[in-house]
Design a protein. Structure first.
Length: 297
């Protein structure tokens, strides 16, 4: 390589670093620095009602391990995730396959199913609260018209998490459906023709022999992002139930919010937030590692 070529390569390298530096610094300021600060505060007794703070070591984490409310919030979060994830994965996949096979009104259907994604979930949660009202909600009015008993969707401890899962699934169906549609569009039609020659011309054969294997990367991405969304449940709980009734809908993030901004125990809230981040990271890492080996790229 000549001296001129070497100089040009170094200049291009410096230019690349210079162009990437603003984005890297922004990511550092928005994500990494807050995480480091939260970790530091988790080892202190920092509170909003007095000046100064003291180092307490692992005391906040020990308290978290013994806290019944923390165990309840973690259990509620896992139950909610178990209700939310299958529906948030299967329903968009089925809708994407059905829409992919349609020629007429396909664009209209895509827009209709994607509309909830463009809506503000906080505002739509209030609409759902009106729909699910135990006395005047349209759902219970309809049930009563058929002679069925009304359901207290947001006031019954046994079904409140199920009700919250319905709202969250409704809000994410359109987004996951678009992701699956993108994956389906990328599958070459020639693969279906080859499968038909080999005798796999039935819909289920086409799905399991061609569609599902080729949709592996998209399915893995949807599964991981939906899992993170499940653990991040907060806004609908804060607006509709405030953790009730009897802490039946008190999930991880809402408990951390209460500890920090209602009880002012910022050090303990920081420990819970960092534990939440660690749990989500490990879950996503396990999910990615367990599915990546079966994905065909």
């Amino acid at each position: 390589m000549t001296a001129a070529a070497t100089t040009l390569a170094r200049t291009q390298q410096r230019l690349a670093y210079a162009l990437a530096a603003p984005a890297a610094l922004l990511i550092l300021a928005i994500y990494l620095v807050p995480i480091i600060l939260v970790l530091v505060f988790s080892f202190t007794d920092f509170t909003l009602v007095r000046d100064g703070m003291s180092f307490v070591g692992l005391e906040n984490y020990r308290q978290m391990a013994e806290d019944e409310n923390f165990g309840n919030a973690l259990r509620n979060t896992l139950i909610y995730a178990a209700l939310f994830l299958p529906a948030a994965f299967v329903i968009p996949l089925v809708l994407a396959i059905l829409i992919q096979e349609r020629q007429r009104f396909r664009s209209v259907l895509e827009v209709l199913f994607f509309l909830p994604v463009t809506s503000t979930l906080a505002a739509m949660a209030l609409v759902w609260a009106a729909l699910m009202d135990s006395k005047q909600g349209i759902i219970n009015v309809t049930l009563n018209s058929f002679g069925l008993d009304a359901i207290n969707f947001l006031g019954d401890p046994d079904i409140v998490l199920f009700s919250l899962a319905i709202i969250s699934v409704w809000s994410i169906i359109g987004f996951n459906m678009v992701l699956f549609l993108a994956g389906l569009t990328a599958i070459p039609p020639s693969l279906y023709d080859a499968a038909a020659v080999d005798g796999a011309d039935a819909p289920l054969d086409r799905f399991f022999r061609v569609t599902w294997p080729m949709l592996g990367p998209t399915a893995m991405f949807v599964a991981v992002t939906s899992s993170i969304t499940a653990f991040k449940l907060f806004d609908t709980v804060a607006l509709l139930t405030q953790g009730g009734p009897d802490r039946a809908s008190e999930v991880f993030l809402y408990l951390a919010f209460k500890e920090g901004f209602e009880y002012f125990n910022m050090g303990y809230a920081a420990a819970m937030s960092f534990a939440f981040l660690l749990i989500v990271f490990l879950f996503a890492l396990f999910q990615t590692g367990s599915t990546d080996r079966r994905v065909r790229y």
